[in-house]
Design a protein around this ligand. Structure first.
Ligand SMILES: [Fe+2]
Ligand SMILES: [Fe+2]
Length: 390
C-alpha cells in the first residue's frame, strides 16, 4: 500500500503533490470526455485550481471558447492516434503494419505510442481545467459513429475519425521548405498526391498481418501485399505530419486570442509539444520518399511514393532532409528580413474553422452525420470569435 507522505497543507509542495497524485491515475488520463466519472479526481483538480486562482484571475468567455475548441481538437486527435497505436504502436497488434512503419524509422512504434499518450493527456487536461473553472468540458462520445478497421490488432469499437480512406494534404512539406508565407497568400505544391488511400490496414485479406515487411531497396520481387502495406504505412507517415502541423498552427493562432495569462501558458505549453510532434513526423515522412525506400507503389490505388531527392523533384522544395523550417517572409512583407516561424498563423488559414475545414477535406470525418459538423463548427466559430481583452 502506498504511504501518504503529503507535505503541509496549503504549501506549493502540497499542490504539486496533489497534481502528481492525480496524474498517477493513468485511468483518469484515459477517461476522455467522460466528465463526472472520476469525481474525486475532478474535485481535487477544482480545489487545486481554486487555490491558484489568486494568481491566475478569472478566465473570460473567449478563453473558455478557445479551450473548449482545443479540447475537442485533442479528443479528435486522441481518437485517431489511438487507432494508429492499436495497430502500429509499441504494443501494437499488427506485425505487418509495424514492419512497414519501421521501414520509415525503427523507433516508429514507440513514437506513435508516445504521441498517443500526449494527445490523451492534452484532452484530459483541457477538459479538467475547464471544469475547474466552472466551464463545461467537451464530450464527443455521442459522435462515436465510425467503424474500426477489421485488421488484426484493431479494437472493435466505434470511432470519431476515419483513417481508412484519406485525402492527405501534403503541401505542408513544400510550405515549410519555402521562403514564402501562406499568410501572405502563397500556395504550395503537394509533395505526394495522396487521395482515397488508407493510412491503417483495412482487414487481413487485403494485408495479411504476418506478411514480412519489404527489405529496402526495392528489388521488384516484393509481393502486392507487401507493397500495399508499405504504401499504407507511408501514407500514415505523411498523415502524421499533416495532423501535427495543423495543431502547431492552431495553437499559435489561438494563443493570440487568449486573455488570461494562465490560459496563455496552457496554450503555448501544449502548442510547443504539437510543434515537437510535427518536427518528428516531418522527418519520418521524408524517409518514405528517400532512398532506400523510395519508389513504393500501391498496387490497389496506383499511389506512388517517388524519390523526392531526384529529378523531377529535388532541390529546396523537395530535398528530404531539409526538415527544419526555412526562414520565410513574416510581417511587413520585405521590410523585415525572413524569419523561421510556424506558418500559417492567421485565422483565415489556421484558426479553428480553418482547422475543421482542413480535417474535413482530409476525409477524417467521413461518415459523420450533419450534427457532428454543426456541433464542431459552432465550437470553432466561438473560438475564432474570441479576442484578447487587454
Ligand atoms: Fe495535442
Ligand atoms: Fe498533436
Amino acid at each position: 500500500m502506498e504511504k501518504d507522505i503529503s507535505p503541509a497543507p496549503g504549501t506549493t509542495d502540497e499542490l504539486d503533490a496533489r497534481w502528481r497524485k492525480v496524474l498517477r491515475r493513468r485511468k483518469f488520463l484515459y477517461d476522455i470526455g467522460a466528465s463526472g466519472v472520476a469525481l474525486s479526481a475532478g474535485a481535487m483538480v477544482a480545489e487545486t485550481a481554486k487555490a491558484q486562482d489568486d494568481d491566475a484571475g478569472a478566465i473570460t468567455k473567449g478563453d473558455v471558447a478557445i479551450l473548449r475548441f482545443l479540447a475537442a481538437a485533442e479528443i479528435i486527435e486522441s481518437d485517431l492516434w489511438e487507432q494508429y497505436n492499436e495497430l502500429g504502436g509499441a504494443k501494437g497488434g499488427n506485425p505487418a503494419y509495424i514492419a512497414a512503419l519501421q521501414n520509415l524509422d525503427s523507433d516508429m512504434p514507440q513514437y506513435i505510442s508516445d504521441n498517443t499518450d500526449d494527445e490523451l493527456s492534452h484532452a484530459a487536461f483541457l477538459n479538467r481545467y475547464l471544469e475547474s473553472k466552472g466551464a463545461d468540458p467537451v464530450n464527443l462520445k455521442r459522435f462515436l459513429n465510425l467503424p474500426s478497421s477489421k485488421a488484426t490488432g484493431a479494437q472493435n469499437k466505434p470511432r470519431l475519425t476515419n483513417l481508412m480512406n484519406l485525402n492527405v494534404d501534403t503541401s505542408w512539406y513544400t510550405r515549410y521548405r519555402s521562403g514564402e508565407n501562406p499568410d501572405s497568400g502563397a500556395t504550395f505544391k503537394q509533395a505526394v498526391t495522396i487521395r482515397n488511400e488508407p493510412a491503417i490496414p483495412l482487414n487481413d485479406s487485403d494485408t495479411p498481418p504476418n506478411t514480412p515487411g519489404i527489405v529496402p531497396p526495392l528489388t521488384g520481387k516484393e509481393t502486392p501485399q507487401q507493397l500495399r502495406m508499405q504504401a499504407i504505412a507511408n501514407t500514415a507517415g505523411f498523415h502524421f505530419g499533416f495532423i501535427e502541423q495543423g495543431g502547431s498552427s492552431l495553437y499559435a493562432t489561438m494563443a493570440l486570442k487568449a486573455t488570461n495569462l494562465q490560459v496563455l501558458r496552457i496554450i503555448v505549453s501544449i502548442g510547443g509539444v504539437e510543434v515537437d510532434h510535427f518536427s518528428l513526423w516531418h522527418d519520418k515522412a521524408g524517409n518514405a520518399t528517400a532512398q532506400p525506400l523510395a519508389g513504393v507503389k500501391d498496387p490497389e490505388t496506383g499511389l506512388k511514393f517517388p524519390d523526392l531527392n531526384n529529378p523531377p523533384f529535388g532541390g529546396e522544395q523537395f530535398q528530404t532532409n531539409l526538415i527544419l523550417p526555412e526562414p520565410c517572409d513574416f510581417l511587413f512583407g520585405e521590410a523585415l528580413p525572413p524569419c523561421s516561424v510556424i506558418r500559417p498563423t492567421l485565422d483565415k488559414f489556421a484558426g479553428a474553422v480553418a482547422t475543421v475545414r482542413a480535417f474535413t477535406a482530409d476525409l477524417l470525418f467521413m461518415g459523420q452525420p450533419k450534427e457532428f459538423f454543426t456541433f464542431l463548427m459552432k465550437l470553432a466559430e466561438e473560438a475564432d470569435a474570441a479576442h484578447r481583452e487587454i
